[in-house]
Ligand binder design. Structure first.
Ligand code: PEP
Ligand code: MG
Length: 650
């Protein structure tokens, strides 16, 4: 209100941060997050600038209408930072702990990726120079995006390439470009002008109701950030990194994972993130070791610090000695040898020493994955995450397009091998850009998985029709995600039967994912009506423990080997056998080689793993005896905590 009395443009900044706001913007001021004793830099530009400055500074110092003494008292009541009673055992000597999100080990040097921008001048010096700077930065960004699109296309990551093509278009968007130039005309620096222009768009879009538009906010943020990097002369994330880099970030998005410089990045560490997030799943599929929820103290290490990242054990060793590195290199070589050995037999079936056949299938998200799975020795496909095919689409794929993709996947894995296609599993942390869905207070408990298909049958029907049209290319099975009740299953099955009849296709097996405790507890009822179960341990663990699978603070506890989850797996497997059906697992625990004996011992006969782990999972199965596995599983079921179960495996 004080600032509005003047004609000058008054800007508040917190020095040393990027937090800045027009003094006339209430939301901007809230975003500054000032507390008592925060120092504010006040700048004014205009004819009445000095009067504006002195009045505003006086008003701020007087407390802006609040009783400063009382506030001091309130401030004293702030909650202190204290260690939680239950947490990850953190820094021990020179090693930090984290939670495995993608397996593997690596030695490398730390490099940081900060999304935070350094401070930049608000005021421009010369309109022409600022304009030229902005134009140059935008054109450089276009060039690097163009290169990225080409590289992704070469790497056969077409869907990801599309995301960045869309980013290129955003750089032409007049709403941002014109506003930025207008900001320069008003005296702002190129950086401030651009930053303000795209941030305003992000803010507006992030608040709108439509998820389609909301999803674009992060795209604009991404592009805006790239241009800022060019303006401020900082490395942007797509530029190449030094050899053997272990990247440290607060969190990483799926699109950031796929645009990593995969020749040089040997590992990822995040201080946030969840171990079964979709970024984690992609890192696993690209064979990049990834550790989440590592203590913030890692960010205090200098860039270039040598580390040993052992995602399998959940540790990062800082500044290892030369002997440690030698020992590590030996371990890595042994693992490579083991993998090479396992790969020799990858095409052979996985049979335990007593003759039990375990089907080791692959989790895939694209036609290329299906081809890679076949080459890696998969016995089939245990999970097609069909939503991955369309996550970045802005319009619904046509029936023909969908049919073509399923034909590609079915023939990719081979016509004789079974391929379980899961119907669209959107909602929760996977919004589908082309599908408008209202914002929900609890998206993981809302319209998610099969519920979307049941509420919008046209979408489910089109997908099922495409699968029927593609059926002659291979051996498809259909599976519904997140089934919680028999009614849901029956309704979805009815639709499949109708389409099957229409297409005159021979019976396709229909199964469900066991991801919700109610489905596991009622498995005896479901087993009478389904052809198979596939346990989605990522979600089953989340819903059993009531812990968000992507929550950074809970990541260490969201463990599929929790005995409560194991009991649900046992219940499910037992119920399927009683009806002559079978149970598989397609959650991330199926890719955890050390967990294999327990899973088999619980009665699971199919494991659907990430492609890089297939050979090792098969090799593990071949080393096991079913009776031993059953004894181990019984022992695990009698334990009270996940840690006790893991101790059994050790
Ligand atoms: C799961 O929940 O375990 C699963 C396999 O499905 P998604 O990870 O795609 O939710
Ligand atoms: Mg799931």
């Amino acid at each position: 209100a004080v600032a509005k009395r003047f004609n000058s443009v008054v800007i508040l900044t917190i020095p040393g941060t990027e937090r800045t706001s027009l003094a006339t913007s209430v939301t901007g001021i809230m975003g500054l997050q000032t507390k008592l004793n925060t120092t504010l830099l006040v700048t004014a530009t205009g004819a009445d600038a000095s009067a504006a400055l002195s009045e505003l500074i006086a008003a701020i110092e007087a407390g802006l209408g609040e009783d400063v003494n009382q506030t001091t008292q309130a401030d004293d009541n702030e909650f202190p930072e204290e260690p939680p009673l239950l947490s990850l055992d953190d820094a021990t000597g020179n090693s930090l702990k984290g939670v495995k999100a993608a397996p593997g080990i690596a030695v490398g040097t730390l490099e940081y990726r900060h999304k935070e921008l350094p401070s930049f001048p608000e005021q421009g010096i010369n309109i022409n120079d600022e304009t030229a700077q902005l134009n140059y930065a935008v054109s450089q960004t276009k060039k690097s995006l163009q290169q990225l699109v080409e590289k992704l296309a070469q790497d056969k990551l077409a869907t990801q390439a599309e995301v960045f093509s869309a980013h290129l278009e955003l750089l032409e968007d007049p709403a941002i470009i014109n506003t930025a130039h207008a900001n320069i005309q008003q005296g702002l620096s190129a950086a401030a002008a651009w930053h303000r222009a795209y941030s305003a768009e992000v803010k507006t879009l992030a608040a709108v109701e439509s998820p389609l538009l909301r999803a674009r906010a992060s795209d604009i943020e991404d592009v805006g950030y790239r241009v800022m990097c060019n303006l401020l002369g900082i490395d942007d994330q797509t530029q190449s990194v030094a050899k053997n880099t272990v990247l440290v970030m607060k969190d990483i998005t799926p699109s950031e994972v796929v645009s990593l410089d995969r020749e040089n990045v040997v590992g990822i560490i995040t201080t946030g993130g969840g171990s079964t997030s979709h970024a984690a799943i992609l890192a696993g599929s690209l064979n990049i070791p990834y550790l989440v929820n590592v203590s913030e103290s890692i960010t205090k290490q200098a860039a270039g610090t040598r580390v040993i990242l052992n995602a399998n054990k959940g540790t990062v060793v800082l500044n290892p000695s030369d002997e440690d590195v030698v020992a590590f290199n030996n371990l890595q070589q042994a693992l490579r040898d083991q993998l090479a050995q396992a790969k020799l037999d990858a095409n052979k079936p996985a049979i335990t020493t007593d003759g039990t056949v375990i089907e080791v299938a692959a989790n895939v998200g694209s036609v290329d994955d299906a081809i890679a799975a076949e080459q890696a020795g998969a016995d089939g496909i245990g999970l097609v995450r069909s939503e991955f095919l369309y996550l970045d689409r802005v319009s619904e794929p046509s029936l023909e397009e969908q049919t073509k993709v399923y034909q590609g996947i079915l023939s990719g894995i081979g016509a004789q091998r079974s391929c379980i296609i899961r119907t669209l599993d959107v909602g929760g942390d996977k919004p589908l850009a082309y599908l408008p869905m209202a914002a929900e207070e609890n998206p993981f408990l809302g319209e998610r998985g099969i519920r979307v298909g049941l509420n919008r049958p046209h979408i489910l029907r089109k997908q099922v029709r495409a699968i029927m049209n593609a059926a002659s290319a291979g051996k498809p099975r259909i599976m519904f995600p997140m089934i919680a009740s028999l009614e849901e299953f029956r309704a979805a099955k009815q639709l499949v039967l109708e389409e099957q009849k229409l297409a005159d296709v021979t019976a396709i097996e229909i199964g469900i994912m066991i991801e919700v405790p109610s489905a596991a507890l009622l498995a005896d009822q479901f087993a009478k009506e389904v052809d198979f179960f596939s346990i989605g341990t990522n979600d089953l663990t989340q819903y059993t423990l009531a812990m968000d699978r992507g929550h950074p603070k809970l990541a260490a506890q969201v463990d599929a080997l929790h005995p409560a989850v194991l009991r649900l797996i046992a219940t499910t497997a037992k119920a399927s056998v009683a009806q002559g059906k079978w149970t598989g697992i397609c959650g991330s625990i199926a890719s955890d080689v050390s967990a294999v004996p327990i899973l088999i011992g619980l009665g699971v006969t199919e494991l659907s793993a990430s492609i890089p782990m297939l050979a090792l999972v098969k090799e593990k199965v071949r080393s096991l005896d079913l009776a031993d596995c059953r004894r181990l599983a019984q022992a695990a079921l009698s334990k009270g905590t996940a840690a006790e179960v893991r101790a059994l495996l050790d």
